[in-house]
Design a protein around this ligand. Structure first.
Ligand code: MG
Length: 400
């Protein structure tokens, strides 16, 4: 037991961010530690918990190779003299921790706290508690008592009830005297063991004493998409869902023909549209509205009128493309509204068919779609029956 009180030596934290975590991250298309909860990357929250703690002097992150740009993005604008340059992680969690420990060897801190990047809600008390426990043990881990009743299953049926007496769920930080856990890690690699799932197991394997520091289950580990959603709510993001509204406007002039296509429905008319595609101004406006929710430019950027492949194409193709882009970014369309402005043809008899067609194209319930029509009281180009104008709005809710 080293005299921490007389002359406190430095304490360091190794944050393990080596996982690919795609299961939880899918919604945001990135590993979970780089997903945003309450408007901030998981990893940034985790790092802040340590750099803002008075007992922590150095923080180092073990990164998955290739995640450097994500790391920079997650930490943009965050600077602290405590934060060291990240180290490349290894093929397993154990090897990533080992890389972090080796990178601290020149600093040779007194204690090292090893912590999962995916546990952003670690409390200051828990950090201090595991450090304090080193006065008694070689190491100490945060852990929560098992509160659920445990069942052993066989073939889908209960084969017995397991006593939860004395059972704990291991969390992180797992805190050790630096030299002791470094030696244990080195010995594990020398013994050909690279698959230990946490550092307490390595410590046990090396014969070190490891204490349990009771903690709450608030120190959750984000593993699934459901965990990510719950973490977002806890982090405060749940009170402010990411709702975005886009708007669009389009006009097409009448030309030769015997029908116009609006909202994907052919409406008989004395004219057709002068247009490169089918001229469906309503769907063009709605396509722009969807693109507007992800800042993805407008319909002309995606389907240039100069490109012959879009000649005469059904405009549902454009809308579906915009929907795909929105969906890929985690968006869910919750409302689409179109207003068509013209004197002729009469839209009223076709409104319901248009509404159902738009709902079908977007894959949402018809009650989430509205199609409205108005004249312009004889004024302007629509009043002079020279063409048709359409406006649209789209509401999209994004998962963070
Ligand atoms: Mg157009």
């Amino acid at each position: 037991m080293q005299k921490q009180d007389q002359n406190r030596k430095a304490n360091a934290a190794v944050i393990v961010a080596g996982g690919s975590g795609v299961r939880a991250g899918l919604a945001q298309g990135r590993p979970k530690q780089y997903c945003s909860i309450g408007g901030q990357a998981v990893l940034r929250r985790t790092i802040r918990a340590f750099i803002e703690h008075p007992r922590i002097d150095h923080v180092i992150v073990a990164l998955r190779v290739g995640d450097e740009a994500l790391y920079e993005e997650a930490l943009a604008g965050l600077s602290s003299p405590k934060l060291l340059k990240p180290v490349p992680g290894g093929a397993t969690r154990q090897l990533s921790v080992a890389a972090g420990l080796e990178a601290l060897s020149a600093l040779s801190p007194d204690a090292v706290l090893i912590h999962d990047a995916a546990r952003p809600f670690i409390s200051a008390d828990c950090i201090a508690g595991t450090i304090a426990a080193l006065e008694v043990f070689d190491g100490a881990i945060a852990a929560a008592p098992v509160t659920d009743t445990l069942k052993r299953g066989e073939g889908g049926a209960i084969a017995g009830t397991v006593s939860r007496e004395g059972l704990w769920r291991a969390q992180t930080p797992q805190t050790f005297h630096y030299r002791k856990i470094l030696d244990a890690h080195r010995a594990a690699v020398e013994a050909g063991r690279t698959d230990f799932t946490d550092d307490a197991v390595i410590a046990e394997w090396a014969g070190l004493s490891v204490g349990l520091v009771e903690n709450t289950s608030e120190n959750m580990k984000i593993t699934t998409a459901g965990d990510l959603a719950m973490a977002d709510m806890i982090a405060g993001g749940g009170c402010m869902p990411d709702v975005r509204c886009g708007s669009g406007f389009d006009v097409h002039a009448f030309g030769e023909g015997d029908h116009v296509t609006l909202c994907g429905i052919e409406v008989p008319h004395t004219h057709g549209f002068l247009a490169h595609s089918d001229g469906d101004a309503a769907l063009h406006a709605l396509t722009d509205a969807l693109l507007g929710t992800i800042g993805a430019g407008d319909i002309g950027d995606h389907f240039p009128p100069t490109d012959p492949q879009w000649r005469g194409v059904e405009s549902g193709v454009f809308l579906k493309h915009a929907l795909k882009l929105v969906t890929e970014r985690g968006g869910r369309v919750t409302n689409a509204g179109v207003t068509i402005v013209c004197e002729r043809p009469k839209i009223g008899p076709h409104r319901e068919a248009m509404r159902l067609k738009v709902a079908e194209t977007l894959g949402i319930e018809p009650e989430r779609v509205s199609v409205m029509a108005t004249t312009s009281e004889g004024l302007g180009f629509t009043g002079r029956k020279e063409g048709i104008a359409a406006t649209a709005t789209a509401t999209v809710v994004f998962s963070r």
